[in-house]
Design a protein around this ligand. Structure first.
Ligand code: ACO
Length: 443
């Protein structure tokens, strides 16, 4: 059922008496109710300001749908995540990252020939303009790789002038493919730079995830063979992180894009937002937390701290704005984690044991039960990355590589929406009322 049909249906108008204290007295307001294909209905409040002179107030967007989208659906109570209708568990087990990328960006699972063309395009855009290498030298060797990523991804817009015209569909596609293709190269270079090792060029005979491992871990001095188990595990992790509807970084990308900014600049904005420990930075924070806890015996002490209102400590990798049930991505990752550790002969990894014990204790604790706090995607990803030899500071960078696909899909959807307007929230002003300037000597 189309949205427009629903708006016109009398039964789908909410009659709200929202204005009892306004000058002029009470005035009932008819608000259209929009119905998606799944998920809660949405009250269309677009005319509230024009008709009532009131704004709505929703900091943190806990009750606000910021856009219409056909890409990803989450049912946080049931722990369901669908991309274009396909369950994340099936995609993680049966698909590849580039196939999921094509699904998210193009809207449907590709046929064999569409898939081959997409893979070919991404593969042939993985190299960087040679001059971009020089940007890395401007950073300190101990720079956080996310700091480097924010800079170099934004800098792409200074190199690829032929894909900056966002009104040209062809250019939008080229920019999208360039971003997906170049992210692993940029990420691996950030890692190599921090290690003081030479940059490694991508290889067209390798898959997306194999190439990422190759560019991070191979050295000019000896042959590096990519472990297929690790490449598959990495591919699965990338699939699980590819998109998550209107999360903070995706909303940042959409807001940046709503002004007409070029896609490279928009993705750089998304990376900046993802960096925060309440978002993508949590996978790094989980590992740091597990290392700080150190031993099972200390878990109760940290659980106690997490519950203490006066202590800023939170159990990292736990809780989610949308999931009030087990994050389905965490479930897949828990299993992948066990597989990878057993292949690598690390099945007795003390960090995995500690994480599993922490999860068990937290899930039995009334505080976590009552607040519906479950492990999220970041809880197990760090342990897998660590076992693969990836340093902690690179965890969020790999998240950014994966999420670039979702950011691009969401940005593209927004650019193709004829009703798209610049995002411009309003505010509840609580500052000073007008007052006269006071000369400095008299203050
Ligand atoms: N440890 C302890 N208490 C927590 C935790 C946690 N990890 N998460 C939430 N709570 C508590 C809060 O203190 C709050 O308690 P109150 O109702 O008594 O005030 C209640 O649960 C609700 O939490 P909010 O912060 O209001 O929920 P919000 O939706 O704003 O935050 C968030 C969600 C940021 C993910 C939060 O759960 C958190 O900080 N988790 C740890 C960081 C983390 O793992 N982030 C990754 C998220 S997934 C992702 O971005 C890929």
């Amino acid at each position: 059922m189309g949205t427009a049909e629903m708006i016109e249906d009398e039964q789908d108008i909410a009659k709200l008496d929202v204005t009892p204290d306004l000058p002029g007295g009470s005035k009932p307001l008819d608000l259209p109710i929009l119905q998606g294909t799944m998920g809660p209905s949405v009250l269309d409040i677009r005319k509230v300001y024009a008709e009532t002179d009131c704004f709505t107030f929703d900091p943190g967007f806990t009750s606000t749908a910021s856009c219409e989208s056909k890409i990803t659906f989450i049912d946080g109570d049931k722990g369901v995540l669908l991309h274009r209708g396909y369950p994340i568990e099936e995609l993680a087990e049966q698909s590849s990252f580039l196939e999921v990328a094509s699904l998210l960006i193009e809207g449907d699972l590709p046929t064999q020939s569409q898939y081959d063309a997409f893979v070919n395009d991404i593969t042939h855009h993985s190299m960087l303009h040679e001059q971009l290498r020089g940007f890395y030298d401007g950073f300190r060797r101990d720079a956080h790789p996310m700091a480097i990523m924010v800079g170099v991804v934004g800098a792409l817009s200074a190199f690829y002038h032929d894909s900056l015209d966002i009104s040209d569909e062809k250019q939008r596609i080229i920019a999208s493919h360039r971003l997906v293709a170049k992210m692993p190269t940029l990420a691996a270079m950030a890692y190599k730079y921090s290690m003081g090792q030479p940059f490694v060029y991508p290889r067209n005979d390798l898959s997306y995830s194999e190439n990422l491992l190759h560019m991070m871990f191979s050295m000019p001095t000896e042959e590096y063979k990519v472990d297929p188990v690790l490449a598959r595990a990495l591919d699965k992790i990338l699939i699980l992180h590819a998109d998550h509807e209107q999360n903070a970084s995706t909303s940042t990308v959409r807001l940046a894009g709503s002004s007409g900014a070029n896609p490279f600049a928009c993705i750089a904005a998304g990376i900046a937002c993802l960096w925060g420990p309440a978002h993508g930075g949590a996978n790094e924070a989980v590992l740091n937390m597990l290392e700080e806890i150190g031993h099972k015996d200390r878990i109760p002490e940290f659980i106690k701290r997490a519950k203490d209102k006066d202590d800023p400590f939170r159990l990292m990798g736990f809780g989610h704005r949308v999931y009030k049930n087990y994050d389905p991505r965490a479930q897949v990752l828990h299993n992948t984690c066990k597989e990878v550790l057993s292949v690598l002969g690390h099945q007795d990894d003390p960090l995995l044991e500690l994480a599993q014990e922490l999860e068990k204790i937290a899930l039995e604790d009334p505080y976590f039960i009552e607040k519906k706090l479950y492990p999220n995607v970041d809880f197990y990803s760090g342990i897998i990355f660590k076992a693969m030899g990836i340093p902690t500071s690179m965890f969020t960078v790999l998240f950014a590589v994966a999420r670039t696909v979702g950011w691009i899909a969401q940005w593209k959807e927004m650019m193709e929406d004829p009703s798209q307007r610049i995002g411009r929230p309003r505010q509840l002003y609580t500052g000073h009322t007008p007052r006269s300037f006071v000369e400095r000597a008299k203050r």
